[in-house]
Design a protein around this ligand. Structure first.
Ligand code: MG
Length: 282
C-alpha cells in the first residue's frame, strides 16, 4: 500500500473522507474511515475523482469509534518523575502499562474547541500523545506481530481535568469529559512511519512550547502496548490507542498552569501533523 494521509471532513453540511495530497483532499466513495479500515482494502481503490482544496473543508476527527479510546498512563519516565515530584509520591517503574479509556463523546476534531467545563473543573491540562489506529482484529497479539496490526497513526491530546482526576481517585472521569479528546488532523498510514519510536511529540500553548519529547522515550513502546492490551482483550479495526504523554504538563509547573478560555493548544507529532484547538469555557 502506498503511504497516505486519510482525513474525515465536512463540506456543505455533508461528511466525507478522503486522501490528503498537498493542499487538496481527494474524496473517497466511503463516508467513514472506520468502514474503510474494517474492509481492509487499499483506500485508493475508493477514489471518486472529486477533490476539494483543504481551505474549503472542515477537517473532522478521523474516526468516530463506537468504543472508548484506549489510553496508556505514565509511559514516559520524565512525566512519571514530574508527577512524583509534584505529589511527593514515589511511583516505581511499572512492570506493565497502566491502561484507562476516554469515551467517544470526548472526541472532537483537530481544529474544534476543547471544552473547559467551569461548573466542575478549574484545572484543565494538556497531554499531547501519539495515537495508534488498529487495522486488524486480534487477540493475544505478540510484540513481534504487533506492527502488522497497526493501520496508522494520528495525534491525540489527552486533555485532563486535574481537579476531577484527584477528586474521583480514578482517571476516567477527569479524562472523559466532552471535548477532552481532540484527534487528527488525519491518520497517516503505517507504511509512511515505519518506526513509531522515532517521532517528535510537541505541545504548544499560545505559541509557547510546553512539551517536547521523542517517542523513543516511551517506557512501553507501541508493540509492547499492543501485546499487553490485547492479552485476553480483542482489538478491532478502528480501535485507537493514545500512547501516553511526556513531561511538561501544566500540573507539574511551578506555579501550576491551567488552560483558560481562549487559549490555543497546538499538538504535533512529526510526520503526522499538527492540531490547533481553542479552549472554550462552557
Ligand atoms: Mg495521557
Amino acid at each position: 500500500m502506498v503511504s497516505l494521509k486519510l482525513a474525515a471532513f465536512r463540506h456543505d453540511d455533508r461528511d466525507y473522507c478522503g486522501i490528503v495530497r498537498g493542499a487538496e483532499v481527494f474524496v473517497l466513495s466511503v463516508s467513514r474511515l472506520d468502514d474503510l479500515i474494517a474492509r481492509g482494502v487499499a483506500p485508493s481503490e475508493f477514489e471518486s475523482g472529486t477533490a476539494f482544496h483543504l481551505s474549503e473543508v472542515q477537517i473532522l476527527a478521523p474516526l468516530r469509534p463506537r468504543k472508548n479510546v484506549f489510553c496508556v498512563g505514565l509511559n514516559y519516565l520524565d512525566h512519571v518523575a514530574e508527577g512524583n515530584r509534584t505529589f511527593g509520591r514515589n511511583v516505581q517503574d511499572q512492570e506493565v502499562p497502566v491502561f484507562f479509556t476516554k469515551p467517544p463523546t470526548a472526541i472532537v476534531g483537530p481544529f474544534d474547541d476543547v471544552l473547559l467545563h467551569t461548573a466542575v473543573s478549574a484545572q484543565l491540562d494538556w497531554e499531547v500523545e501519539l495515537g495508534v489506529v488498529i487495522g486488524r482484529s486480534g487477540l493475544n497479539i505478540s510484540r513481534e506481530a504487533a506492527p502488522d496490526y497497526v493501520f496508522g497513526y494520528t495525534v491525540i491530546n489527552d486533555v485532563t481535568s486535574r481537579d476531577i482526576q484527584s477528586r474521583h481517585k480514578q482517571w476516567f472521569k477527569g479524562k472523559g469529559l466532552d471535548g477532552s479528546c481532540p484527534m487528527g488532523p488525519w491518520i497517516v498510514t503505517a507504511d509512511e512511519l515505519p518506526d513509531p519510536q522515532a517521532l517528535k511529540v510537541v505541545c504548544r500553548v499560545n505559541g509557547v512550547e510546553k512539551q517536547s519529547a521523542s517517542t523513543a522515550q516511551m517506557i512501553f513502546d507501541v508493540a509492547t502496548i499492543i501485546e499487553s492490551l490485547s492479552q485476553g482483550l480483542t482489538l478491532e479495526p478502528g480501535d485507537i490507542i493514545a500512547t501516553g504523554t511526556a513531561s511538561g504538563v501544566g500540573f507539574a509547573r511551578n506555579p501550576p498552569e491551567w488552560l483558560k478560555d481562549g487559549d490555543i493548544i497546538e499538538s504535533e507529532v512529526s510526520g503526522v501533523g499538527v492540531m490547533r484547538n481553542s479552549v472554550r469555557a462552557v
